[in-house]
Write a protein that binds this ligand. Structure first.
Ligand SMILES: NC(=O)C1=CN([C@@H]2O[C@H](COP(=O)(O)OP(=O)(O)OC[C@H]3O[C@@H](n4cnc5c(N)ncnc54)[C@H](O)[C@@H]3O)[C@@H](O)[C@H]2O)[C@H](O)CC1
Ligand SMILES: [K+]
Length: 494
């Protein structure tokens, strides 16, 4: 499935019109899809349709017309007359069926809501340009306070379709029927919650036109299945991903250990941890090599069995003293390299090293991305797709921008987003687990973006499984425990 900005959707509409499918046809299909969704999901005998002055309102008039056959329908419209010709046409068609919209005034709305109808919200869609205020904001507040169920058309009115940030008063929908494609806001918190159960309706824009106008893919198990690592029956450990993890510090080895364990459970053939201090060695499968950050760490690493590592992961719990040698460390080997946490150093030399390397995967959370982009965490939160893309373009790396919705961006502009997982994953160490998992799966340097996408979906699925068992009390190592099951489910298409 694709994700659309308002601009991309308008461009797709225009391309459809140029190809011979006029907007009026799309509007008819949109309103029909909304009426179908009402029939499928709601049994209310009474339906109240609220129409705005744009094309979203036009969809509302069409839905009202189709619902007349099976429900008692009333329509309240914003006092301003419909602005677009198409919405005006659809309003006339409704009049021809004997239903006359009435002005959306306080008294009329209050009275209409008393009958506890299903409310179809067709006030504003992707054309919202500023926060709702005045009468409209008051009407939206009244609808929310009524406790009536609401089906929003395309976007809950008041939600800006291009960002997960909420800008002002908005409808809290029970369900939203998104038209032609999912909108950015439907995937990102906190706006995501306003959509209720979100679905996408086909309104007759040809698939090729939609594909050509959307730049973001919504990740799903089906979409990543082809990129899950598989093993030949006669393979050996050096063939399935040998990983060198450069992480941890003398006193804090937990993050490094979790990354190593996750990599092993994700199928890495061999995992070597290079860190300072002695390793408690709770998993004997992890090979430990000692290095001293004050004493020629690059030389030590060059001597290690590092030559055998097909992938490197640098960063979880990394000793602060490593910062001084990070650019040289990144440049030391040309194998795919996942940079996490302490290895997301930033600065000119770091950025140059990452760019020159050309096979890096960066896994920042919002705060780390903000530091790398020299902006605020709020700016990253408001526009995570753009933040991930900018960082990927600047560094030439695949960027995995972690959050409740994770964005994966490639330097060539490919972008994907995934909203799976469980709120319990907001706990220390889940990022280390993702880093280890990506370390295990990013051995295929020709498919770093695809493997990163698969890793993000698998990590989220493991979180869902662990969340189902432990709820918000899940801890990072539970994800590692749930990982084999999650991976199997994805492989088997469950
Ligand atoms: N391909 C598709 O998805 C199709 C979608 N359709 C529907 O069309 C709307 C978008 O229509 P548009 O006319 O561009 O915008 P709106 O209906 O959202 O109305 C905006 C309208 O209102 C003005 N405005 C904006 N913000 C405010 C505000 N805060 N207060 C007051 N007024 C505001 C703005 O100037 C516009 O005039 C899409 O969501 C779908 O529902 C088509 O029907 C079929 C193809
Ligand atoms: K709406």
């Amino acid at each position: 499935m694709k994700l659309f900005s308002a601009h991309e959707m308008r461009a797709a509409d225009q391309a459809a019109a140029d190809a011979g499918i006029p907007l009026l046809l799309l509007m008819e299909a949109a309103g029909r899809a909304v009426a179908d969704a009402v029939t499928r999901h709601f049994a209310h005998p009474e339906v109240l349709v609220l129409c705005g002055g744009g094309n979203n309102g036009g969809d509302g008039y069409v839905a009202a017309r189709h619902l007349l056959a099976s429900r008692r329908v009333s329509v309240l419209e914003l006092s301003s007359a419909p602005r677009s010709d198409d919405a005006r046409t659809m309003r006339r068609a409704l009049l021809a069926h004997g239903l006359t919209p009435r002005p959306l005034e306080e008294a009329a709305l209050t009275r209409a809501l008393e009958g506890r109808p299903l409310v179809v919200d067709a006030l504003f869609g992707s054309g919202l340009t500023r926060p709702l205020e005045g009468e409209v904001a008051a009407a939206v507040a009244r609808v929310n306070a009524s406790g009536c169920e609401v089906l929003s058309v395309d976007v809950p009115s008041g939600v800006a379709s291009d960002t997960g940030e909420l800008l002002g008063p908005h409808v809290r929908a029970t369900r939203t029927v998104q038209l032609a494609g999912a909108k950015v806001a439907s995937l990102f918190h906190p706006a995501r919650a306003a959509f209720g159960a979100a679905e996408v309706a086909d309104i007759g824009i040809p698939k090729a036109i939609l594909e050509a106008h959307a730049s973001v893919t919504v990740l799903s198990p089906d979409g990543v299945r082809a990129h899950l690592p598989t093993r030949a029956p006669d393979t050996h450990k050096y063939e399935v991903g040998t990983l060198l993890v450069i992480a941890g510090s003398a006193t804090y080895l937990g993050a490094a250990e979790m990354a190593c364990r996750a990599a092993l459970r994700a199928g890495a053939g061999l995992v070597t941890l290079a860190s300072e201090g002695s390793f408690p060695g709770t998993w004997p499968e992890i090979i430990h090599e000692r290095l001293a950050w004050d004493h020629d760490p690059l030389g030590t690493l060059a001597e290690l069995g590092e030559n055998r590592a097909q992938v490197r992961l640098i960063g979880p719990g990394l000793d602060r003293r490593a910062a001084a040698v990070l650019p040289a460390l990144i440049g030391q080997r040309r194998v795919p390299t996942v940079l996490d946490a302490g290895a997301l150093g930033g600065g000119d030399a770091w950025e140059r090293a990452v760019r020159d390397h050309g096979r890096c995967v960066l896994t920042p959370h919002h705060g780390e991305a903000a530091k790398l982009l020299e902006t605020s965490a709020k700016a990253v939160r408001t526009a995570p797709l753009e933040a991930a893309r900018t960082l990927a373009e600047r560094t030439g790396a695949v960027v995995v921008l972690k959050g409740a919705t994770t964005v994966v961006a490639a330097p060539d502009g490919r972008t994907a987003a995934h909203a799976g997982g469980h709120p319990g994953m907001a706990t220390g160490g889940t990022g280390d687990v993702l880093a280890g998992l990506l370390g295990a799966w990013c051995s295929d340097e020709g498919a770093l973006f695809e493997r990163a996408c698969a890793g993000v979906v698998a990590h989220a699925r493991a979180g869902e499984r662990a969340g189902a068992r432990f709820g918000d009390g899940l801890i990072a190592t539970d994800l590692i425990g749930a990982f084999p099951e999650a991976w199997r489910e994805l492989r088997e298409g469950r």
